[in-house]
Design a protein around this ligand. Structure first.
Ligand SMILES: [Mn+2]
Length: 325
């Protein structure tokens, strides 16, 4: 099978590599963090010089995974030279937040050009790498990475197993959404055998809400609207909600939460951002391909989970929400 061949090529390349830059996507989630932290551990075991970059600071809930405190968002790391650049869980380089930096590194006549390995499971992946290890059937990048490690004979230590399980648990919504395939469960099971700390993951990812953030969730939930004809449930988060010491990371997960507890065809959470944009987060549990809706808005993602960002703000009217320039 082709992907096994790609695994072998990537493994051979990394055998001959001395320095690696590993990139997690903007607004990092458990899958991109788990995958990049596992790759970091493995590269360090092999004695490589490793740098981990993420455009946004990592939410502190991930600091239990080894090496995550070393991630940097200092773009000067792109001034250095690397043999290989690996992106994990990044559908495209804009989503990764490194489009301009990579364009510079790969400009014609540029001698620093690293080899770009793209490992991902987004159906909308733009295949931007020199090597594209992309499988849209995988529940998570971490599941795909586990296959890579298994097929190439890499032994996982307890930390690596915990990193990979974090990604699977995140992208399957704690084994509740349609990404919960038998492969996802088999991978999780084998990771548990390899020592992954599942209780610790649940504690760090779930039981981490403050009273203030739960109150905010309360007001966001109280704005829920339901369009019966379309089967769309929606709610909004305004910029003013985020005043008073509540940081962005506390409202992550509202759309997943609704998807878990509400029987609607499509769930849409619109959220104003401080830089004058509206970010849409779409989820579906039925046969609606929300990545198509996201694409119409200039975004992307998976069939069951997708998103977009457009300039503007949210205005409430009699029938629902409207986006205004
Ligand atoms: Mn993912």
């Amino acid at each position: 099978m082709q992907i096994d061949f790609l695994f072998k090529v990537a493994h051979d390349i990394l055998k001959r590599t001395q320095s690696v830059l590993i990139v997690a996507h903007k607004k990092p989630d458990g899958d991109t963090v788990g995958a990049t932290a596992a790759i970091r551990s493995w590269c360090q075991q092999k004695g490589l010089a490793v740098t981990n970059f993420c455009n946004d600071p990592l939410p502190s809930q991930y600091f239990f995974l080894r090496g995550t405190e070393k991630y940097t968002n200092d773009v000067r790391v792109f001034d250095n030279q690397y043999d290989v650049l690996i992106t994990a869980d990044c559908g495209d380089l804009h989503f990764a937040g490194i489009h301009e930096h990579v364009a510079k590194m790969t400009a014609p006549n540029e001698k620093r050009r690293p080899l770009l390995i793209n490992i991902d499971h987004h159906i909308t992946n733009s295949m931007y790498g020199d090597l594209n290890i992309v499988d849209a059937h995988a529940s998570s990048t971490c599941e795909l990475l586990h296959r890579f490690f298994t097929k190439t004979g890499v032994e996982l230590d307890q930390n690596m197993a915990t990193c990979l399980l974090t990604g699977i648990i995140t992208d399957t919504g704690h084994f509740s959404n349609p990404a919960t395939t038998h492969e996802a469960l088999e991978t999780a099971s084998s990771l548990l055998r390899q020592g992954a700390k599942s209780h610790e993951i649940s504690r760090r990812l779930l039981r981490n809400k403050s009273i203030d953030s739960l109150r905010l969730w309360g007001s966001v939930l109280s704005r829920l609207k339901y369009n019966e004809k379309l089967g769309v449930a929606s709610t909004v988060i305004f910029n003013r909600d985020l005043e008073n010491k509540i940081s962005e990371e506390h409202i992550e997960g509202v759309s997943n939460f609704l998807n878990q507890f509400l029987d609607a065809k499509v769930i849409m959470v619109l959220r104003e951002t401080p830089d004058g944009k509206v970010r849409g987060s779409l989820r579906s549990s039925e046969n609606v391909d929300v990545s198509q809706i996201a694409k119409l808005m200039g975004g992307g993602g998976h069939k069951k989970a997708a998103g977009f960002a457009v300039p503007g703000r949210i205005v409430e009217d009699a029938t629902g929400w409207r986006l205004e320039e």
